[in-house]
Design a protein around this ligand. Sequence first.
Ligand SMILES: Cc1ncc(C[n+]2csc(CCOP(=O)(O)OP(=O)(O)O)c2C)c(N)n1
Ligand SMILES: [Mg+2]
Length: 337
Amino acid sequence: MANESKKTTSSEARKTDKGELLGYYRDMLLIRRFEERAGQLYGMGQIAGFCHLYIGQEAVVTGCKAAMKDGDQMITGYRDHGHMLALDMDPKGVMAELTGRATGYSKGKGGSMHMFSTEKKFYGGHGIVGAQVPIGAGLAFANQYLDNKAVSLAFFGDGASNQGQVYEAFNMAKLWDLPVIFVIENNQYAMGTSVQRASAETELFKRGISFEIEGRLVDGMDVLAVRDAAAEAIKHARSGKGPMILEMKTYRYRGHSMSDPAKYRSRDEVTKTRADHDPIDAVKTRLLKEGWADEDELKAIDKDIKAVVKESADFAIESPEPDPSELWTDVLIDVEA
Ligand SMILES: Cc1ncc(C[n+]2csc(CCOP(=O)(O)OP(=O)(O)O)c2C)c(N)n1
Ligand SMILES: [Mg+2]
């Protein structure tokens, strides 16, 4: 099977239980409500610069996180708020960074695209398309060298999957059987360019064939399908068999960033995907169908989450901006003579 890429199917009846599914519901809803609030704060002028929302893609990071163990790492591009929340980074610190406050994860100097937490195993937050992929392979190289059994998950987009450095990373990752999972978040557009317009091979899970890296096509709107695919890939990598590619078919509901005229797709396409394939609605439907929750309980969860998000926004807005002297800190490292 070494160089045969294959498709996995999603099915409604994947194994789960009440506690697990309610957990995913909560985790995905936190990302969605957080992003909605970030969108509002952007509109109010509280967030400046770039801001790329993750709404619609919540199942990808939530399912991957479910398959990770302590010590495993994530690295991604600029659409990164969901990854941080999935890794239990504090929503207050993330929102404060978005609004450029001293209490943010990068002391207000990084903004939306540049946050890190080595404590929570989050390695950024990178603005250069594809740059995180070789760094993710580097994290895996360090894990292999240290023999700590940790796996790194490098997330990138369909657009990034056409970057040269991605293939240099694929080659080395397989050559040395590094414990890295390449998670392609195929939300079908790179800014305003569709996969069909930009890619000679549109089945991105096949992109590892010439490097002997197995790939899987995964329904990225189904958190349980993502969980299962990530579990298989992580097990593969942790056991010393090297990298795998997971192509997560997903969709972003909002524009590429907050300034996107959205002329490249119809309103209908977005509305239809939201109505028919929403990852949170799918979990809600299953919870109701199994009798694991009723509408009132789900509303109560939403209320709790809205309170957490409100608290993070209030904290951010009430926090001070960085002192101008911070311009001179964290620029270069101090090296002793
Ligand atoms: C090297 C480089 N080229 C171009 C850009 C401008 N740019 C920013 S995001 C983006 C699209 C990337 O799309 P994709 O990888 O599909 O990720 P998505 O935004 O859909 O999550 C481009 C071209 C950049 N930041 N870096
Ligand atoms: Mg994309």
